[in-house]
Design a protein around this ligand. Structure first.
Ligand code: S3P
Length: 211
């Protein structure tokens, strides 16, 4: 995804409407590795004036800075998943915040139920090509240390998409400026959380106004 920033397309009032409707609830980003959960989440948090929390970073912090690949290597995936579920439960209890979850977190029913109770979830939906383009830049995903990472991603997507689809909102993650995806998240959150509010209308200078 391009790093180019474009002017915000939504008005501050819309963001305020969303945070007030959220109350103590958080916004939780779910989806595959490389979908942009951390990048979009960080920007969304700035726009909503909420703290940004990255579950992967919090898991490492809870293990005294031991990295996720090291946790996988030393203790195995089930141990990592238990820790991940506990960390996400704690983050949800501390809301409101924008929380980026690791790609496997939403697969756990107990975590999905907690997210349903304490947050609004957004699935950042990305296809295999986009995911591969992005995950190639880093070698820190233990699940992708396989002979054929593209086949692994396709297999994971097939298993996970039916579950990701149960998120409250879905936004297509693609190669457009990050701020455009953030704008789409804001619009979708507002439509869901503030159903009576009039839709934002784009003006000729690209700034949205709420009539
Ligand atoms: C995982 C995704 C990673 C990390 C771990 C497992 C997964 O997070 O939690 O490597 O199962 O998809 P990102 O989605 O932030 O890369």
């Amino acid at each position: 995804m391009s790093e180019t920033a474009t002017p915000a397309q939504t008005s501050p009032t819309q963001e305020a409407d969303i945070t007030s409707a959220l109350g103590r609830r958080s916004v939780v980003l779910v989806g595959m590795m490389g979908a942009g959960k951390s990048t979009i989440g960080r920007r969304l948090a700035v726009r909503l004036h909420l703290p940004f929390l990255d579950a992967d970073v919090e898991i490492e912090a809870a293990h005294a800075g031991v990295t996720i690949p090291e946790i996988f290597a030393t203790h195995g995936e089930p141990y990592f998943r238990d820790g991940e579920a506990r960390v996400i439960a704690r983050l949800l209890d501390g809301g409101p915040a924008v929380i980026a979850t690791g790609g496997g977190a939403f697969m756990r029913e107990e975590t999905r139920n907690r997210i349903r109770d304490k947050a609004v979830s957004i699935w950042l939906k990305a296809d295999v090509d986009i995911i591969m383009k992005r995950v190639k830049r880093r070698a820190d995903r233990p699940l992708l240390q396989t002979e054929d990472p593209t086949a692994t991603v396709s297999r994971l997507l097939e298993a996970r998409e039916p579950v990701y689809r149960t998120a409250d909102l879905t936004i297509a993650s693609r190669d457009v400026p990050h701020d455009r995806i953030v704008d789409e998240c804001i619009d979708a959150l507002r439509a869901r959380l503030c159903p009576g509010a009039p839709p934002a209308q784009p003006t000729t200078d690209g700034i949205s106004v709420t009539p």
